[in-house]
Design a protein around this ligand. Structure first.
Ligand code: SAM
Length: 208
């Protein structure tokens, strides 16, 4: 496996020593994304927040510390451990939980959350529609979803090699909105800005 592929597969599912290092580095590289996602989420103290594909959990510690409760899910057991470590004070206080699992099968009851985000992870999901259905299910009426797509099919870059080699999927803003509508979200919007190594960072938002 060459170095780039190793790094990319670690982005899709960070594991082991290098996975833990890469997850922390990702939090640095994702600073611009975090700011954009936080602005789009507009988190309030009464919010119950879920992050799917939470990785290190650093976004939650840095940007959503003021909300009522936080929860994170990741399909890497190592990331569940790292996120639990960073947010250990909230776990001790009973206002945070981190679970191991897949985005397509969320281990929470219907309408548990008021806000959800998926940061730098959606392009890896093998079952995007099933996963969006699950997010819609666990959100309350009026609940918000924010998805960041640093690489996307509107950004003007040629991703052919990445898609072929790593099996990621690139979406246009229109495709995102069509999926949101298909699973039952009532409103959606797409905005673009610049991010680190991302000429057209997409922020896709939906409301239940
Ligand atoms: C590039 S990292 C981003 C991590 C974090 N959101 C951040 O911005 O720092 C992608 C994360 O999504 C997780 N992931 C990818 N596919 C997933 C899936 N289907 N279900 C749950 N987690 C997933 C990976 O394990 C990894 O931690």
């Amino acid at each position: 496996m060459n170095e780039t592929k190793e790094k990319l597969s670690q982005s899709a599912k960070p594991i082991g020593f290098w996975g833990r290092i890469i997850a922390r580095l990702m939090a640095i590289a994702h600073r611009t994304i975090y700011k954009n996602v936080a602005a789009a989420l507009n988190m309030q103290p009464e919010d119950d927040y879920l992050e799917v594909g939470c990785g290190s959990g650093i976004f939650m510690k840095s940007y959503v510390s003021h909300v009522r409760s936080i929860a994170g899910l990741d399909h890497s057991k190592d990331m569940v451990k790292v996120a639990s470590h960073y947010n250990r004070k909230r776990i001790e206080a009973g206002t945070a939980e981190f679970r191991h699992g897949d985005a397509a099968q969320l281990p929470w009851e219907d309408e548990k959350f008021s806000a959800t985000a998926a940061i730098g992870t959606f392009l890896f999901w093998l079952e995007p529609l099933e996963s969006l259905k699950e997010i819609h299910r666990v959100l309350r009426s009026g609940g918000r979803l924010v998805i960041s797509l640093g690489w996307n099919a509107d950004d003007g870059l040629n991703h052919t090699k990445h898609v072929k080699k790593y099996g990621i999927k690139l979406y246009t803003g229109k495709e995102m909105q069509a999926m949101f509508q298909e699973v039952g979200f009532s409103e959606s919007s797409i905005t673009y800005s610049k991010g680190f190594m991302m000429p057209k960072l997409m922020i896709a938002c939906a409301k239940k």
